[in-house]
Design a protein around this ligand. Structure first.
Ligand code: ADP
Length: 586
């Protein structure tokens, strides 16, 4: 507290006032004391002169008479002082406070000697008679011819004077203290008033330091502090506006960084991570909190990236590399760029996820190799049939007919494949307009069963339908969704040995209808399950089944175009269940 301005202003004032009051107190006590003593002396002198003038008529006096002794006693009563009347030779003629007969000669008393010389004698000393300190004033009584006839003396115990003086001193001390305290309080009050706006400013500044930039002060004075308050308010407003602008800017940058699909890292000169966005977090499986402030190698554990960063730092130029993060099956392009003068020594690492592109590239390559493979077999057999026909069979009409039938079958297969491919490509590119309308699930299932009933019968398979009558209609393109069920049912027929059973179901599943086609056929090996819906994908066992491997891909695209989902559960050797769900029409 003593360090506050209030006390720094107040304390010297209080001390100054106390010193001045102490000096003045001592000075005035002395002054009053001397005035009081002088007054007392003058009073005693006046009184002794008065007594002298009354007594001059009584002299020369009779030493044996008690008349003067009585007078001394009377006067002492009146004046409340000791009165002594002394003869010219020093014999005590009258004494107010003692028996004069027992008193010695007073001629040698200092005040008497002075009175004999100058008319008035003043002395303060211990009384030989009474044994207490007294102040004496004596006057000589002279005859008209100027001859000394005697003396009169008034004495007063100095104790009384001391008592009066100490009362006076005490009063002065009390007044001094009261005055000092009042002045002290006044000094504190004034210092308080002066420093009040400064304290408010300090409080507002502290609030601003805690981030409350809306704090404003109302200037209460017109002086320098008032000016300071206005300047402070302006500064706070300016600061607030700047910080808000910076916040908004930072928010925009943060939002861009967060929604970016590219991973971003900023690395400082020492290789410590200073910023990491959420795309980078998920790419490398690290959290923002554990990455910040740690070294690049510790966070990413990729030597290749650390090397690119070091090269970029050394050369001051942008460096690029591609890395494969096997743990997350990612294929990334890393671009390291120096951040220039604003963030001297810092490097921006940008990670572009090329996994999808790479997968697409693989899919494209697979597609070409698959399609060539699928085309090669029928084309090779067509070529063989044509050659045989050309060389010999043309002359043998029944054989030629057989050959032509086989050629037709091969051409049908080729045509079907091309049609399926075209269909798939149209669905994939979204060029198939779906004519959506509320469609009864049971109708969809019955249509499919009707179309394939003959095939199932030939394969000696039993088909059963489980579908409650009160099922809600689904929102679907009837022809296309029936095609999905046909594809699934067709597969079930193909991959279930004779005597097997196929169950078709439709049931409520929340706001969807769940369709399923279940068989107890050959089933699908678990390693093939994740890829079964890919184009041209066939299990090894199905290689010779004659299918194109496009049926499930078409089914998946159609279901997804209806806002649904398709999946499979299967155990090799025990059968498969293909299910898909379609939203109910509302
Ligand atoms: P395909 O024209 O060859 O039948 P699909 O896309 O319809 O093409 O099927 C892809 C592969 O999935 C099939 O070749 C087969 O290996 C497997 N598959 C599909 N349905 C079944 C099923 N019900 N039982 C066993 N395997 C099946």
């Amino acid at each position: 507290m003593s360090r506050s301005i209030r006390w720094r202003i107040g304390t010297p004032y209080i001390l100054l006032i106390w010193v001045i009051m102490a000096v003045l107190g001592v000075y005035f006590t002395r002054l009053v004391q001397s005035i009081y003593l002088k007054d007392l002396e003058n009073e005693l002198i006046s009184e002794v002169r008065l007594l002298r003038s009354i007594l001059s008529a009584q002299f020369p006096a009779d030493a044996q008479s008690d008349h003067l002794d009585q007078l001394a006693k009377d006067w002492a009563g009146e004046l409340n002082k000791r009165v002594t009347i002394i003869a010219q030779d020093g014999t005590v003629l009258g004494e107010s406070d003692f028996d004069r007969a027992q008193m010695d000669n007073h001629a040698s008393r200092s005040e008497i000697i002075q009175a004999s010389l100058s008319g008035i004698g003043i002395e303060t000393r211990r009384s030989d008679t009474l044994g207490i300190p007294m102040m004496y004033v004596a006057a000589s009584i002279r005859s008209t011819s100027g001859e000394i006839m005697g003396y009169v003396r008034i004495g007063m115990p100095t104790e009384r004077i001391q008592n009066d003086l100490s009362l006076l001193q005490r009063t002065l001390i009390v007044v001094t203290i009261l005055f000092s305290l009042t002045a002290g309080f006044l000094a504190i009050f004034i210092a308080n008033r002066i420093t009040h706006p400064i304290r408010q400013l300090a409080q507002a500044a502290a609030q601003m330091a805690r981030g409350q930039l809306e704090s404003r002060l109302i200037p209460t004075t017109q002086d320098e502090i008032g000016g300071l308050t206005i300047a402070f308010n302006e500064m706070a407003a300016e600061l607030n506006a700047k910080i808000q602008a910076l916040d908004a800017e930072r928010g925009r940058i943060a939002a861009v960084l967060e929604v970016m699909s590219d991973g971003v890292l900023i690395i400082d000169e020492e290789g410590k991570v200073q910023l990491v966005n959420s795309a980078a977090e998920s790419m490398f499986g690290v959290s923002h909190d554990e990455a910040l402030g740690r070294s690049l190698i510790e966070v990413l554990r990729q030597h290749q990236i650390t090397e690119v960063w070091e090269q970029c730092r050394r050369s001051g130029e942008t460096q690029t590399t591609t890395v494969e993060i096997s743990a997350h099956r990612l294929y990334l392009q890393c671009i390291a760029t120096p951040l220039g003068p604003t963030l001297q020594g810092n490097t921006l690492l940008l990670f572009q996820n090329l996994t999808r592109l790479r997968r697409l590239e693989t899919v494209r390559q697979d597609f070409i190799s698959n399609i060539s493979h699928e085309l090669r077999t029928p084309l090779a057999s067509l070529k063989a049939l044509a050659e045989t026909l050309q060389e010999s069979a043309i002359d043998d009409p029944p054989a030629a007919k057989r050959f032509l039938q086989r050629m037709e079958t091969e051409l049908d297969a080729l045509t079907q494949m091309v049609e399926e491919l075209l269909e798939l490509s149209r669905i994939e590119s979204g060029r198939v307009p779906l004519k959506m309308s509320p469609t009864s699930p049971i109708r969809l299932i019955s249509q499919a069963v009707e179309r394939l009933a003959l095939q199932a019968e030939r394969a000696r398979l039993e088909i059963s339908i489980h579908c409650p009558n009160d099922l809600s209609p689904v929102l679907a393109d009837e022809r296309r969704l029936a095609q999905v069920i046909v594809n699934l049912l067709h597969n079930a027929i193909k991959f279930t040995p004779a005597g097997g059973r196929i169950e078709l179901r439709a049931e409520h599943d929340g706001d969807h209808i769940l369709f399923s086609v279940k068989d107890n056929g050959v089933g699908i090996p678990s390693e093939d399950l994740p890829r079964i819906f890919e184009r041209f994908y066939k299990t090894d066992r199905a290689r010779s089944s004659g299918g194109t491997g496009l049926g499930l891909a078409i089914a998946r695209h159609l279901v997804e175009a209806h806002g649904g989902r398709i999946w499979v559960e299967s155990l090799e050797g025990q059968g498969s269940t293909f299910s898909f769900s379609i939203p109910i029409a509302t």
